[in-house]
Design a protein around this ligand. Structure first.
Ligand code: UDX
Length: 474
């Protein structure tokens, strides 16, 4: 990446507080632009890993294409890491809050980590000697009104000349670096012109861009854009899973792919979201919709639509297992199931809110004898989640495998839960490794050559299509 700034033009000293999935890619791409970026975290192990510049160590914490190379390229020149926020702060004009905001049990957002970081920063900024204006910017997703909360924390600590802003990140996992370099839009919510101006200096490359929308608005609007955007995306997915897929599953002779093509040919209708699946997972959608439901409920608003979207998505994660029982007459009790794909989507090792987690609960609840798990990237995370039998002794029934072939050996059913490309070519491997009448449950419509399977004595049950029994007895 060519740097577009230098010290004599508009490069800024920027501090990024929190170096997880949001903070680290953001810091790396800001450094690529030529800013002097200090990325701070309270976790010394992370900072040591990042400071090493070693790809394997960086990827243990945040695994994103192009991230480690970007960090290594800027390290020690434009990008610095530290656990000492107070030492990093002097001279910085912009502080990005990239703190994790996990969900509470009731769907609300746990702001304790955020508050603690904001209070630490407020203490540091209150004591600074120079009177230069600085702005503290919320980057990670926070409830609507959190910029105002931040303002109170800063004022409460006695800060002067410190503005607040909201600049939500919209990155999808697996695309964090490219997405930061070339976003669809940059949204900046602030109250005062000097704060907008500082953010313009952070992002000069996105000003007056022909394709990128650079939107300046109020902090509350910026915060709302993130929630409305994410819940609308999940609404698309739940619409296709809850309506399009159901029609194609229940009514004769409706072809899912053609239905999708015909409907999305309308330029007003998005193709994104029309990939029917066994439910959307990940760290954002479920958390954000629950948080928005909570926030609206607090104001006495009806949240029926959002609740339905959330429920459809959650139910979708185990719906195919129910269909296997009811449509294919498959009794899971005492069977062996190969679970292929554990991550919430392809090209990530992240299992947060993954459909596979719900599938495992449902399968164990139905009395399966064994679950043979495989994922190209998520095996370490899977072991961490399930290996501890103290948590649930039924987890002892899960075994961990190095390939789909190995996982499928001796399986009575195969459940494809993630859209990894390697699963597209699975039909011949199924025939080689799992004996008919094994039932193939396809949560991602990965197997285009399913007639080859049914002809060889396997049952095939896809999302968005009817159950197809073996056409030839096993
Ligand atoms: C999402 C949003 O896309 C991003 O803008 C936001 O900032 C964070 O949340 P991410 O969680 O990385 O990003 O995943 P995304 O690629 O959007 O997919 C989410 C889930 O939906 C995955 O499980 C995916 O497989 C599933 N999905 C996606 C579908 O089931 N059908 C689709 O058509 C698209």
């Amino acid at each position: 990446m060519g740097r577009i700034l230098n010290e004599r033009t508009s490069a800024l000293k920027i501090v990024v507080v929190g170096t997880g999935f949001v903070g680290l890619p953001h810091a790396a791409v800001l450094a690529e632009q030529g800013h002097e970026v200090w990325a701070c975290d309270i976790d010394p192990a992370r900072i040591t890993a990042y400071q090493s510049g070693d790809a394997a160590q960086i990827e243990r914490y945040v695994n994103e294409p192009g991230l480690a190379a970007s960090v290594a390229e800027s390290l020690g020149r434009h990008l610095f890491f530290s656990t000492d926020l107070a030492a990093a702060a002097p001279g910085a004009e912009v502080f990005f809050m990239c703190i994790n905001t996990p969900p509470n049990r009731d769907g609300s957002t746990d702001l304790s980590y955020y508050r603690s970081a904001a209070e630490t920063l407020a203490g540091i900024l209150a004591g600074r000697a120079d009177g230069r204006r600085v702005v503290v910017v919320n980057k990670s997703t926070v409830p609507i009104g959190t910029a105002r909360l931040l303002e109170q924390i800063l004022e409460g600590a006695g800060c002067r000349g410190v503005g607040v802003a909201s600049n939500p990140e919209f990155l999808a996992q697996g695309n964090a670096i490219d997405g930061s370099r070339r976003p669809d839009r940059v949204v900046v919510g602030a109250d005062r012109e000097p704060d907008f101006e500082l953010l313009r200096r952070v992002y000069p490359q996105f000003q007056h861009h022909v394709r990128i929308r650079y939107l300046e608005t109020t902090p509350e609007t910026a915060e709302s854009i993130k929630y409305v955007g994410n819940t609308l995306l999940l609404t698309y997915i739940s619409f296709w899973n809850g309506v399009g897929a159901r029609i194609s599953e229940a009514l004769p002779n409706v072809r899912m792919e053609d239905l999708k093509l015909g409907v999305t040919a309308d330029s007003r209708i998005s193709t994104w979201g029309s990939y029917v699946s066994n439910g959307a997972g990940g760290s954002c959608f479920g958390k954000d919709i629950q948080s928005l439901i909570y926030q609206l409920n607090m104001t006495g608003q009806s949240t029926d639509l959002l609740q339905a979207v959330f429920n459809i998505n959650e139910y979708q994660k185990t719906y195919l297992i129910d269909r296997a029982v009811h449509e294919a007459g498959f009794g899971f009790n005492q069977t062996t199931v190969a679970l292929l794909g554990l991550a919430f989507k392809k090209r990530t090792n992240d299992m947060r809110d993954s459909a596979a987690l719900k599938a495992v609960e449902s399968l164990l609840g139905r009395g399966v004898r064994a679950i043979r798990a495989y994922d190209p990237l998520a095996m370490d995370e899977a072991r961490q989640r399930w290996f501890n039998p103290d948590q649930n002794h039924l987890f002892e029934r899960i075994s961990y495998h190095d390939s789909a072939e190995e996982a499928m050996e001796g399986a009575d059913a195969i459940f494809i839960s993630t859209d990894w490309e390697e699963f597209r070519g699975l039909a011949p491997l199924i025939r080689a490794y799992a004996k008919p009448p094994c039932l193939v449950i396809d949560g991602r419509r990965m197997i285009a050559d399913y007639p080859e399977l049914t002809a060889a004595g396997y049952g095939y049950l896809p999302v968005g299509g009817p159950y197809l029994p073996p056409t030839q007895p096993a």
